[in-house]
Design a protein around this ligand. Structure first.
Ligand SMILES: Nc1ncnc2c1ncn2[C@@H]1O[C@H](COP(=O)(O)OP(=O)(O)O)[C@@H](O)[C@H]1O
Ligand SMILES: [Mg+2]
Length: 416
């Protein structure tokens, strides 16, 4: 029988690798990792390829060379960083995948808004702007309250609410500084201003198959996300929204995926629900980030990544039904900038009834940066229970046990 091999596109420190590698191993699929790294450092190993994901042609050529001797069943990105390259390389190698244009639309918030609006999917009023625009003039005409956001960062990085012109000018200055620091010398940078959508936020995990959406899980985000920054904290599934609201959310996400041209593989959608119904905040052609997928199990004991790898490699799965009662995760937010020196209370947090695990992922003695500039969490708390309310309570109680000792940043003293 032909061996099954999958290429996983990933980054050097991705939270997602371990779960995808474990899934491949459980399915008897050989996993090869392609890691995004500067070309000077790139090297090919037996199970690892170093590639510059931004250079689609060179990276695709390197993948094709590798595949000539050891062909792949599928090329799958573990997160957003490799989703475009996965589409390009799959197209070049004749492997089934989403069209590159669809992968691009699911990565670029302006393209996404444009396509969603064109196809009649409810989205807020939006406007493409540039850091070189006349921001005072922009502030005069913006719809308030509004949010500014970069086109392709993640985890709410750079997303800032503004309630009036002065706040908008300050938010754009802060976003410009962040974008400038991420890519020095890149010149003017585009960003979006869009109307703030009030409402309750949910996250939908789904799998597309031939353009049909199967909802795998719907998470409530019970902490209000009203800004000015949008720290994700608690996710709990199943949703406690009424069945009709959940059905409308599923239809809205399916409509959005079709509008972007996504037809296969995982999607992660964020929506807000208010008296007008569901609105798409965004829809990505990937699975849930961080370690959050640990809350999900399907059929007898399959992980989310097993469903994704199985689908990509054409391996039948017994069931896409979510198992294991209610589950939830808390992404532990960073309360302030500084150096993380010590974390107390982890054992007490783990001992809270319903808590499955507490993972502190931020390394000690390293700088930590809160939103809107930061890009990570202190760690994750996982809980399970009979009911969503009990899971939410367990997460909050465990978080209350944790004490983070953060030494504030001290301005450098002048020695002159
Ligand atoms: N137009 C909006 N109205 C209300 N909240 C928003 C809006 N846009 C973004 N947000 C909030 O900011 C969060 C992050 O924005 P999002 O566009 O999803 O960027 P990211 O890719 O960084 O997650 C959302 O989950 C939501 O809570
Ligand atoms: Mg988001």
């Amino acid at each position: 029988m032909e061996s099954k091999r999958i290429l996983l596109l990933t980054t050097p420190n991705s939270y997602r690798d371990a779960a995808f590698l474990a899934a491949a191993a459980r399915l008897g699929v050989e996993a090869v990792r392609a890691v995004d790294m500067p070309p000077a450092l790139a090297s090919c190993g037996e199970h690892t390829l170093g590639l510059d994901f931004a250079d689609h042609d060179a990276a695709t050529a390197a993948i094709a060379r590798y595949a000539a001797a050891r062909p792949f069943r599928a090329i799958t990105a573990v997160d957003d960083s490799g989703s475009l390259l996965a589409a390009h390389a799959s197209a070049a190698l004749g492997l089934p995948h989403n069209a590159p244009a669809a992968a691009e639309a699911a990565r670029d918030k302006y393209l996404m808004r444009t396509l969603l609006a064109r196809h009649g999917v409810p989205v807020p009023e939006f406007r493409l702007c540039s850091t070189s625009d006349d921001i005072a003039a922009l502030a005069e005409h913006a719809p308030y309250p509004c949010v500014v956001k970069p086109l392709n960062l993640n985890g709410s990085r750079g997303v800032i609410r503004a309630d009036d012109p002065a706040e908008l000018v300050a938010a754009v200055a802060r976003l410009s500084a962040l974008l400038g620091a991420l890519e020095p010398g890149a010149g003017p940078r585009p960003f979006l201003v869009e109307r703030f959508i009030p409402g309750f936020e949910v996250a939908l995990e789904g799998l597309l198959d031939g353009g049909r959406l199967r909802v795998l899980a719907l998470f409530d985000k019970p902490d209000p996300l009203d800004g000015p920054f949008f720290e994700e904290t608690i996710y709990v599934t199943p949703s406690r929204l009424p069945a009709e609201a959940q059905a409308a959310i599923g239809e809205c996400a399916a409509h959005a995926a079709a509008a972007l041209g996504l037809r296969g593989g995982p999607i992660h959608a964020e929506l807000r629900v208010n008296r007008h119904g569901p609105w798409i905040v965004e829809l990505a052609g990937r699975s849930i980030g961080g370690l959050c997928s640990q809350t999900l199990r399907f059929g007898t004991d399959a992980t989310l990544e097993e469903l994704i790898v199985a689908q990509a490699c054409g391996i039948p799965v017994e069931s896409l039904g979510r198992a294991g009662g209610a589950g939830g995760v808390m992404m532990i937010p960073i309360p302030g900038a500084g150096i993380l020196r010590r974390v107390d209370g982890v054992e007490q947090a783990r001992a809270v009834a319903g808590v499955e695990d507490v993972a502190i992922t931020a390394p000690l003695n390293n700088p930590i940066v809160p939103l809107p500039e930061g890009e990570s969490y202190l760690g994750f708390i996982f809980a399970r229970g009979d009911r969503p309310a009990a899971v939410e309570r367990a997460l909050r109680e465990a978080h209350a046990q944790l004490r983070f000792h953060i030494q504030p940043n001290i301005p450098l003293l002048s020695l002159g």
